[in-house]
Ligand binder design. Structure first.
Ligand SMILES: Nc1ncnc2c1ncn2[C@@H]1O[C@H](COP(=O)(O)OP(=O)(O)OP(=O)(O)O)[C@@H](O)[C@H]1O
Ligand SMILES: [Mg+2]
Length: 289
């Protein structure tokens, strides 16, 4: 690798990663299943040259179960990080993460619900920044509905996956949550994910774009046995059941995220109109502009 290539790779490494928050209006809708499997699907796309760093922050600070869903037993949680945050940098933070065999790292939620109050907003902000400086993707699993901290995460995230199913109550609550996010000026970063999209319901998957005002949501099929076995055994279905439709759907979402990120990170900087005029006037020697 040439010096320039090395410098460029280093520059890309030092770039801020992408934060993707997985949210929903209703509980028990598949956020954790999506967060875990999406993170592992992203890591499955890694090659020697594109060794993306992926981490999940379990922001369900009361009842987080990302560790359980990946059969991990973390020694440290975000509660410990909060206690030492003042002196922490991205390297020290990495010793508080637990690594899954897929390469995905986890910052676990506190092990008791009462510790959730020890996650203070300003410190949470710093944790997100440190995770973003050390990872290409930070997937954040959240509790359902609006809590102050979920809203903080939604505001900070680059993308928000709003998970819904086709059940009437889920659609109704998702619509309300979307309306609130529109009022807050956050609609642009929301992407709808219709989970269990092949389930029996009076609402059809094809009705969702009209109901919720999004042309092209992501669709993830209903495969209860695969998902529940995966969550209960702690083995992500994209690893164990890679050939199922649900694994393929999640891997496709991961591929789209990677393509989008490659375009935004590796796209050569566009020369502005004024720059190109000055460049031409200077005979093409305006490299400092
Ligand atoms: N695509 C799917 N097909 C079938 N069942 C699913 C699917 N996704 C999730 N489930 C089931 O839904 C249940 C809830 O999943 P999960 O724990 O991921 O939801 P959650 O939104 O994180 O819940 P909570 O709000 O409690 O955190 C689990 O029993 C899981 O097996
Ligand atoms: Mg969950």
């Amino acid at each position: 690798m040439s010096v320039e290539e090395k410098a460029f790779t280093e520059q890309v490494r030092n770039k801020r990663g992408e934060m993707i928050a997985i949210c929903s209006a209703k509980g028990g809708i598949g956020k954790t299943a999506m967060a875990v499997n999406l993170a592992v699907a992203l890591s499955k796309n890694n090659t020697k040259s594109s060794n993306s760093q992926i981490c999940i922050m379990d922001a369900d600070f009361q009842f987080g179960d990302v560790g359980l869903s990946m059969d991990l037993h973390p020694t440290f949680t975000i509660k410990d990080v909060m206690e030492s945050i003042d002196t922490m940098d991205k390297h020290t933070l990495s010793s508080y993460l637990i690594k899954h065999s897929s390469g995905v790292k986890i910052l676990a939620a506190p092990d008791r619900p009462e510790y959730a109050d020890l996650v203070f907003p300003d410190r949470l902000d710093k944790v997100c920044d440190l995770l973003l400086s050390g990872h290409d993707y930070v997937i954040v699993d959240t509790p359902s509905g609006f809590t102050d901290k979920t809203l903080q995460i939604i505001e900070k995230a680059d993308s928000v996956f709003m998970v819904t199913t086709l059940e009437m109550a889920a659609i109704k609550s998702t619509k309300l949550m979307l309306e609130t996010l529109i009022l807050l000026g956050l609609r642009d970063k929301i992407k709808l994910l219709v989970n269990r999209s092949t389930m029996d319901s009076v609402i059809k998957a094809s009705d969702v774009p009209d109901f919720l005002g999004e042309d092209m949501p992501y669709y993830v099929p209903n495969e209860w046995e695969v998902v529940s076995q995966s969550l209960n055994s702690g083995v992500p279905f994209v690893l164990k059941n890679g050939k199922t439709d649900i694994a393929k759907a999640v891997c496709k979402i991961a591929e789209q995220l990677i393509q989008r990120r490659e375009i935004s990170v590796f796209q050569p900087k566009q020369t502005s109109f004024i720059q190109s005029i000055i460049q031409r006037a200077l005979g093409g020697h305006s490299s400092t502009l």
